[in-house]
Design a protein around this ligand. Structure first.
Ligand code: NAI
Ligand code: A1CAB
Length: 267
């Protein structure tokens, strides 16, 4: 099985790092292409993967072809490679707001197309990826794709129409978490905590909190109540967050992300 990656930027290289750290397939069966020659030179050296001379060569030799260029570049790349794809090639897009139908319109409805929405924690094997398949994908191919996606984290099949909101609660979420963590560290610094110590403390605490939710399967409200003593420190902090419309603001952020994804898809 040969895996090709077109576009080795933030997300393409995160997937590359995740896949090459796993046992999904040998690194010699992975080939990358990017217009930035220096980048693919560096990445191929770092991860022991091959580099293609152009998109056409990569499309011809790949069984699974990951498209990880920006959404506006997707039509350009598809136009260029459409004649190099066979009916067996699996085209897997990670682009926000690019539908299966949009891809089929360019390369044909007889082709195997998968739409996914990964996130950058893929590079530390803790990614979360949503996936929707077109009707040409067989059950055994679905299993193989889940193995690929699970090699760098977890994955879940969703209806394609939910991809927009999924982007709002997972694809883009690492950025909101980092802003929250940075703001927490600023609060720590304001109160005299050295910044490097603050980042270490906050990252471990966010990791532990997420792990508790996954492992205990308790409702987040219950986990919150377990931290919140009557008349104590936590409720004093939560009151400030609620006064600042924390929950409403977060909900509006998810809504705005979802709407942007729909707008990018022309919906
Ligand atoms: N960054 C993220 O957290 C996530 C990004 N995505 C999606 O991933 C895709 C890529 O996003 P990023 O990695 O953030 O962008 P990026 O700008 O970091 O990477 C894009 C890469 O594509 C290369 N490129 C441009 N034109 C090309 C062409 N014609 N052929 C080959 N390579 C070409 C660029 O040189 C660059 O290295 C987007 O479609 C985005 O919607 C999806 C989930 C999360
Ligand atoms: O900001 C973006 O458009 C991409 C999609 C999900 C995360 N980053």
């Amino acid at each position: 099985m040969k895996l090709g990656i077109i576009g080795a930027g933030n997300m393409g290289s995160s997937i590359l790092k995740g896949v090459t750290s796993s046992n999904f397939l040998e690194n010699k069966n992975i080939t990358i292409f990017d217009l930035n020659k220096e980048k693919i030179q560096e990445l191929s050296k770092e991860y022991g993967v091959k580099k293609a001379e152009n998109e056409n060569e990569l499309a011809k030799e790949s069984d699974i072809l990951i498209l990880s260029v920006k959404p506006n570049i997707i039509p350009k790349v598809l136009d260029k490679i459409k004649d190099d794809l066979s009916e067996k090639t699996i085209v897997l897009s990670i682009a926000a707001g690019i539908s299966i139908g949009f891809i089929e319109n360019i390369i044909g409805t007889d082709k195997k197309v998968i739409r996914t929405m990964p996130n950058t924690p893929a590079q530390v094997m803790e990614g979360m990826t949503a996936v929707s398949f077109n009707h040409n994908i067989q059950e055994n191919e679905k299993s193989m794709i889940f193995k690929l996606l699970n090699s760098f984290g977890k994955s879940i099949e969703i209806e394609e129409k939910l991809m927009h909101v999924y982007t709002g609660i997972s694809g883009s979420l690492p950025a909101y978490v980092y802003v929250f963590m940075e703001a927490l560290a600023d609060g720590g610094v304001l109160e005299g905590m050295p910044r490097d110590k603050a980042y270490e403390i906050i990252a471990q605490t966010v990791l532990g909190s997420a792990k508790m939710m996954l492992e205990t399967k308790k409702h987040p409200g219950i986990l919150k109540d377990e931290v919140t003593s009557p008349g104590g420190t936590t409720i004093a902090a939560l009151k400030v967050l609620e006064d600042g419309k924390f929950r409403g603001t977060v909900m509006e952020a998810v809504k705005s992300c979802t709407e942007k994804s729909k707008e990018m898809a022309g919906e």
